[in-house]
Design a protein. Structure first.
Lengths: 116, 117
């Protein structure tokens, strides 16, 4: 079974600064997908960024980028130029690429607060 | 609608009551998922539908939980004889793809928060 660990229950950052959220996972699979989802207060969870394990290049989406270290099974999210609207719960998630390749396994989340 | 719609948003039930939670996915989305999110936890998988077929119900915690999607569109999650441990937010999500073509981007509803007294 896969497990996803987010060791930072809460983090805070000043507006316009950079913050990194940590995620580690455990799997015996060689190919898989990793995701960061954002859950703003009382709003829907939305996908922030996705990484395919067979791709060595780290994914980027505007101010969001990941540091994917496959051997270390680490998948951190970096948010640059933090904005007040980035305040949310952030969940790291894992999905197999075969078999039950539809089931997301989520970590417990990190609550990020961006301060003005 | 433009997004995934869930109702009711909030439900308070007395222990032992039956509840039904509704999910209206994005039109045309083949895959539909239910997740349970306990307070302070990440979502946990309950069940998966591909059109009207329930392909995986391995996450349903007990036989008191039942889900259906009879016409491959709207889905209902039913919980019979609710218990306090059923208190959680129930998230519905849908995606366009199916099986191996599902690259994992799920579109979530706002959830139904169930409180069992």
């Amino acid at each position: 079974a896969q497990t996803v660990t987010q060791s930072q229950p809460e983090m805070s950052v000043q507006e316009a600064e950079t913050v990194t959220l940590s995620c580690t996972y455990d799997t015996s699979e060689s190919n898989y997908y990793l995701f960061w989802y954002k859950q703003p207060p009382s709003r829907q969870m939305i996908l922030v960024i996705r990484q395919e394990a067979y791709k060595q290049q780290n994914a980027t989406e505007n101010r969001f980028s990941v540091n994917f270290q496959k051997a270390a099974k680490s998948f951190s999210l970096k948010i640059s130029d933090s904005q007040l609207g980035d305040t949310a719960m952030y969940f790291c998630a894992f999905m197999r690429s075969r078999g039950s390749n539809y089931k997301l396994t989520f970590g417990k989340g990190t609550l990020l607060t961006v301060n003005p | 609608g433009a997004g995934v719609s869930q109702s009711p948003r909030y439900k308070v039930a007395k222990r032992g009551q039956d509840v039904a939670l509704r999910c209206d996915p994005i039109s045309g989305h083949v895959s539909l998922f239910w997740y349970q999110q306990a307070l302070g936890q990440g979502p946990e998988f309950l069940t998966y539908f591909q059109n009207e077929a329930q392909l995986d119900k391995s996450g349903l915690p007990s036989d008191r939980f039942f889900a259906e999607r009879p016409e491959g569109s709207v889905s209902t999650l039913k919980i019979q004889r609710t218990q306090q441990e059923d208190s959680a937010v129930y998230l519905c999500a849908s995606s366009l793809g199916q099986g191996a073509t599902n690259t994992g981007e799920l579109f979530f509803g706002e959830g139904s928060r169930l409180t069992v007294l």
